[in-house]
Design a binder for this molecule. Structure first.
Ligand code: GLU
Length: 368
């Protein structure tokens, strides 16, 4: 489960002990019934702002925010530690950075540590390693981090706790006719429209990032529930699937492994590769590698190992992958058959091992 900044901090930004105690009691109750719970919590930056009280309020520059997270993280953790201790439980802090998911060794290592904490009966309490993660490659929001953790651990359900009851058909703050969407079959453009932009000022997520995280979960075979943190019994209701608990996004039958999930949803695309219909069919129907001959044009300034969106002749993004060639020398390879490629150039534009076909689920940043 993941809880957002607005749900674990008070209006003055300090850690909301009552909210953490409520959450930890629910974690303890679930554990007592045999359910393993891993907590992903936000709130470090906001707690750091409350502690330091910088002149001019919350700063905007990333380095200061990262420094503030270092002030707030241990304060946040102390509240979890005390709340869990009163319930006879130990908390174990795990701070993760994006590369921990991008490199297999790191990924396996992070997984082994969290699983060992669970075996030891400890409640893992995860946050992003905000203090050290490079700004360029930060997760930026804990919703995505939580979805990656759910994938990492093969969770059954990802509960995203926030300050609203779930996804509404319109903004409930401004539209009286807005109603809760209880079950999202497949996340579509209408859900994304309803989710709108970022939410509270303290957190970075908002409903759009919750939907994106729910989609990642769904592609990992994990059911996602977006629900209100203050609702009594919300965790156990979400786990047992009580009707009306929030917005449920069902898992897809076909799931992606961690690395492909990372490529598909965690990496920002550096450009686009537009392909012809034959290449599109080869990728979608056979998950073949993308060859230069099928590429019509490229956009952006990508270099090998960057993520690119792959776009069909209709302009729709249908896949994403790590590219093997550079945009700078596109003239040397776009549209060319393998035999025409100079030696030294990669044979595949995107190798099938680095390719994720996402028909029916546009990749992060996809434009339709
Ligand atoms: N890791 C950030 C924090 O603890 C929160 C990121 C988010 O808002 O999701 O403050």
């Amino acid at each position: 489960m993941k809880i957002g900044t607005s749900s674990v901090t008070t209006v003055d930004g300090s850690v909301d002990e009552r909210a953490v105690v409520k959450l930890c009691s629910e974690v303890a109750a679930l554990r007592a019934s045999g359910v393993v719970v891993v907590v992903v919590t936000s709130g470090a930056v906001t707690a750091g702002v409350a502690a330091l009280q910088p002149a001019g309020g919350r700063p905007a520059d990333p380095i200061t925010l990262q420094a503030l997270s270092a002030i707030g993280q241990h304060r946040l953790m102390r509240v979890y530690d005390e709340a869990l201790a009163r319930l006879g439980l130990l908390a174990g802090q795990v701070l993760l950075a994006p590369l921990d998911f991008g490199e297999r060794r790191q990924y396996l290592h992070a997984r082994a540590t969290i699983l060992r904490l669970i075996e030891l009966g400890v409640v893992p309490v995860v946050n992003e390693n905000d203090a050290v993660a490079d700004d360029e490659i930060r997760f930026g929001d804990n919703d995505r981090l939580a979805a990656l953790v759910a994938n990492l651990l093969g969770a059954e359900v990802l509960v995203l706790l926030t300050d609203t009851a779930g996804l509404f058909t319109a903004d409930p703050r401004t539209d009286d006719g807005a109603s809760l969407v209880e079950d999202v079959g497949e996340i579509g453009a209408e859900h994304e429209r309803a989710a709108g932009g970022p939410g509270s000022s303290g957190g970075s997520g908002g409903m759009a990032s919750k939907l994106a995280a729910a989609r990642m979960a769904s592609w990992s075979g994990v059911r996602a529930v977006i629900a209100a943190a203050h609702r009594p019994g919300v965790l156990s209701d979400a786990v047992s699937g009580v009707a009306g608990v929030g917005t449920v996004v069902q898992p897809r039958p076909r799931t992606l492994g961690a690395r492909k999930l990372w490529i598909a949803f965690a990496l920002d695309p550096a450009g686009r590769v537009v392909v012809d219909d034959g290449a599109r069919r080869a990728l979608v129907e056979r998950e073949a590698s993308l060859l230069a001959a099928g590429v019509v044009t490229v956009e952006g300034d990508f270099v090998p190992d960057d993520a690119v969106e792959i776009v069909g002749p209709d302009g729709v993004v249908f896949a994403k992958g790590l590219v093997g060639l550079s945009a700078a020398n596109a003239a040397d390879w776009v549209g060319r058959s393998s035999s025409e490629l100079a030696s030294g150039l990669a044979r595949e534009v995107v190798h099938r091992d680095d390719l994720v076909v996402l028909v029916g689920a546009p990749a992060r940043g996809a434009r339709r």
